[in-house]
Design a protein around this ligand. Structure first.
Ligand code: ATP
Length: 281
């Protein structure tokens, strides 16, 4: 268990050709507590992935610092495991070989095999360890990619919309799976999502990010006892609270993207809380 400290982080992208720069956010301050499950939630383009990539060391902050424990983060490291929306498994390797590949520099082959088996068991894929990626469903591939990240025994697990491409049923199953993994391994998890219900279902805290100017709008403590039920009154209440702020953020993005074509009635029809997919922003 380790804490992540994000101190005055700014990210500006330079477009050298157009001689323009674009600041995604300019002053993010946040502490992710050891063992915490924290979600970054916000409209498209607010910088969730950018912030996660900076924590991962895959991208650098323009200003400010990120620490994992005492360590200043500049590059990727085995203390942080990353899971992306696409599992990116090597198609010519079996499931167990994919997990072992990540361990090749860390341990000998036999030890790596035992280690990989342990993590495949944790994600309930022991039966499929000799299968190949094309033989697996999308949800199973994502479980392999979670096992691969966990096998490195990172202190922090960073997840960027890991279930974004999956159907609703598979997503619910993986919510249970990831909660089980979190409880078993006691990892600190930072989880990026568009989906309000997903954030409420999984998180200890939800960091709601906004755009133009980008930054943290509000932080919610989710105190609803687990396992959580989406129809419970406290769940619905929190969903409405979050949507009331997010609605304004989404409208801002749409206004900017659509210019004169923007029509707030159209926006509320598309993104209102009453439709079934209102949780998915
Ligand atoms: N390499 C880059 N160069 C220039 N601009 C970038 C680059 N990467 C991201 N951006 C811009 O930074 C902003 C934040 O992007 P980011 O992907 O972090 O947002 P997000 O909140 O994760 O969005 P989404 O939910 O749609 O993935 C966007 O406006 C994006 O266009």
């Amino acid at each position: 268990m380790e804490q992540v400290l994000i101190k005055k982080v700014e990210k500006t992208f330079e477009n050298k050709e157009k001689k323009q720069s674009f600041t995604v956010f300019d002053d993010i301050n946040l502490t992710v507590n050891p063992g915490e499950f924290l979600s970054l939630l916000g409209p498209s383009g607010c910088g969730k992935s950018t912030l996660l990539n900076i924590i991962a060391g895959l991208d650098q902050a323009t200003n400010g610092e990120v620490y994992v424990g005492e360590k200043l983060i500049k590059t990727p490291g085995s203390d942080r495991g990353v899971v992306f929306q696409e599992a990116a498994l090597m198609p010519w390797m079996s499931v167990i070989e994919n997990v072992m590949f990540a361990l090749r520099k860390k341990m000998k082959k036999e030890e790596a095999k035992e280690h990989a088996k342990k993590y495949l068991k944790l994600v309930h894929l022991s039966k499929f360890m000799n299968s190949y990626p094309h033989e697996l469903s999308g949800g199973m591939k994502q479980r392999v990619s979670i096992a691969r990240a966990l096998a490195m025994d990172p202190k922090i697990l960073l997840m960027d919309e890991p279930f974004g491409a999956l159907d609703e049923q598979t997503r619910s199953m993986l919510h249970r799976e990831v909660q089980y993994i979190w409880e078993e391994t006691k990892k600190t998890i930072v989880f990026v999502t568009h989906n309000i219900r997903e954030a409420i279902m999984l998180s200890d805290r939800i960091v709601l990010m906004g755009t133009r100017p980008g930054g943290i709008r509000k932080i919610y403590d989710v105190t609803i006892p687990r396992p959580r039920v989406i129809t419970s009154p406290e769940f619905v209440k929190l969903e409405e609270d979050i949507m009331s702020i997010l609605g304004g953020e989404i409208e801002k993005v749409m206004r900017e993207e659509m210019g004169d074509d923007f029509n707030s009635k159209k926006a509320s029809l598309l993104y209102g809380t009453n439709n079934n997919m209102g949780d998915n922003i």
